[in-house]
Design a protein around this ligand. Structure first.
Ligand code: 5AD
Ligand code: SF4
Length: 480
């Protein structure tokens, strides 16, 4: 825990009026909640436990670390046993209908658990909560949910919990934009050696299929010096790899320009820099050169394609054509020959014809992705595409989706093999899920490698010989 934050919290007088300004206001509530949680825990003669369940993207994962930081600060112990937890929070995603359905499914399960344990507190936050009809549904059909908040006010968790502890109404607090950014709060990182760092919030691009601009609001960049300061702190706390996060890291505000990247690369002790997600229309030559020139910047670009058809790209409001995208890929590969390029692709956008789809397959073959996340188009209420003609039938979409998967795996298996026999640096992340005499780590190109090793290696960068490519990952042997 940051000692300056701790000192500030200690200096708070709970008998004085609640401070009006942040972050002192939240410090007040952190302290007030600590007292309540301590009393509850003494009465039960055991520590209280909390589960933070995350759906969706890396932005949400980072938000969850902030939520967990607050929960731990007020005295909860982290747990993954939802059924027996005292506090459960779902940090939700709404990018596709499936994400919503999964949340409702899990919530239904939780209802049964809460019936048996009335003391359990259930909170919901994240992108789904920014949709008014979702909040309405929770108010009427999911009354057992205690706290609801959105994407713009996660820093208020302690205050909302205090309201929940001291009142008996459902606590609902949804903002429709960022009013203020409160940064100096506790966070609890999932990995001691790597961390996400928000460099911008929101999105201004309005791709016609996408709900993100509506639930995450207009684009807001963080000040470069704030970003640098946060990374310096993380590095002094043991972090070796940062992932710079934004819905559109190189878009309108140009938050991620080569200058910022080069500045971050100068930070002593920081070994790897990743960023997610750039938009093809804004990927500048300077940024590509910054990646080439700097060994700390990882050899990986995630470059969402969405569709290979220029006609559909226009309807999607992506602001590039098939040709422009392929030229960009060529430029990247010519500048940084050993780079790994990955992508996102949507199948079944309204009006997609067989010819459009063939264009997508054509780009997959030409771009030679190391991997691709493939999605079936999901209609999101409120987005322009939801009202477009020519929604594609389920049968056709399924058939195209399977053909796309087959093409992606064929291309990527072939392409990923190129590292076989090489020696590469690997940041060890975990014990292997399948065999605890093995560890798993990532190369700079983001590809996973499994090799014999023990938990002492976690968090360190080791040199590994890549023995065999197994499709999406490698088996290797650690070099002495
Ligand atoms: N339907 C399907 N996929 C979508 N994505 C975003 N919106 C939708 C949607 N409505 C995908 C895009 C994006 C990724 C995060 O999710 O491919 O890059
Ligand atoms: Fe899902 Fe988008 Fe929200 Fe991330 S920002 S959690 S992808 S809706």
């Amino acid at each position: 825990m940051d000692t300056t934050i701790e000192n500030m919290i200690n200096s708070i007088d709970l008998s004085a009026p609640v401070p009006e300004y942040e972050p002192m206001r939240q410090y007040y509530y952190l302290k007030a909640c600590r007292k309540i949680v301590k009393e509850k825990s003494e009465a039960l003669n055991r520590p209280l436990t909390a589960v933070v369940s995350t759906f969706g993207c890396q932005m949400n994962a980072r938000d969850s670390e902030k939520l967990l930081g607050i929960l731990k600060d007020i005295g909860y112990q982290e747990s993954d046993d939802e059924e027996n937890a005292d506090f459960v929070i779902y940090n939700t995603c709404t990018v596709r209908e499936n994400a919503n359905l999964r949340v409702y499914g899990r919530l239904g399960q939780l209802k049964k658990v809460k019936r048996a344990n009335g003391e359990m507190i259930i909170a919901m936050c994240g992108c789904m909560m920014q949709e008014p009809e979702v909040v309405e549904k929770i108010k009427t059909s999911y009354k057992f949910v205690d706290i609801v908040f959105g994407t713009f006010n996660i820093f208020k968790l302690a205050e909302l919990m205090y309201m929940c502890f001291t009142g008996d109404e459902q606590v609902i607090d949804i903002w429709d934009s960022t009013k203020e950014v409160v940064e100096e709060l506790p966070t609890s990182r999932k990995y001691p050696f790597k961390s996400g760092v928000n460099i911008m919030f929101g999105c201004n691009n309005f791709c016609t299929y996408c709900i993100v601009p509506y639930v995450r609001g207009r684009e807001k960049s963080r000040e470069p010096k704030e970003i640098i300061r946060e990374i310096e702190r993380l590095v002094s706390d043991g972090v070796k790899e940062v992932m710079l996060l934004g819905q559109n890291v190189n878009s309108y505000g140009k938050t991620l320009d080569d200058k910022l990247l080069r500045e971050i690369a100068k930070i002593d002790g920081l070994e790897r820099i990743r960023f997610m997600t750039p938009h093809p229309k804004d990927l500048s030559d300077e940024l590509i050169e910054a990646i080439r020139d700097n060994s700390k910047i990882c050899n990986h670009i995630h470059l969402p394609l969405q569709s290979g058809s220029s006609r559909l790209l226009k309807l999607m409001n992506r602001q590039y054509t098939k040709e422009h995208y392929l030229e960009l890929v060529d430029k990247i590969r010519n500048t940084i020959p050993d780079i790994s390029i990955t992508t996102d692709i949507i199948v079944g956008f309204p009006g997609e014809t067989e010819e459009d789809f063939e264009d997508t397959l054509d780009v997959v073959r030409k771009a030679k992705y190391d991997s691709a996340y493939t999605f079936i188009y999901s209609k999101r209420t409120g987005t322009p595409a939801a009202k477009m003609d020519g929604q594609v039938s389920e049968d056709i979409v399924k058939d195209r989706f399977n053909r796309l998967l087959a093409t992606v795996s064929e291309v990527s298996h072939e392409h990923i093999k190129r590292y076989e026999g090489m020696d590469m640096d690997v940041l060890v992340e975990d014990i292997d899920d399948h065999d605890n005499t093995f560890v798993t780590g990532r190369m700079t190109n983001n590809i996973l490698v499994h090799f014999k090793g023990d938990k002492e290696l976690i968090g360190s960068i080791v040199n590994v010989h890549l023995d065999e490519c197994k499709g999406f990952y490698y088996m290797g042997t650690k070099n002495d």
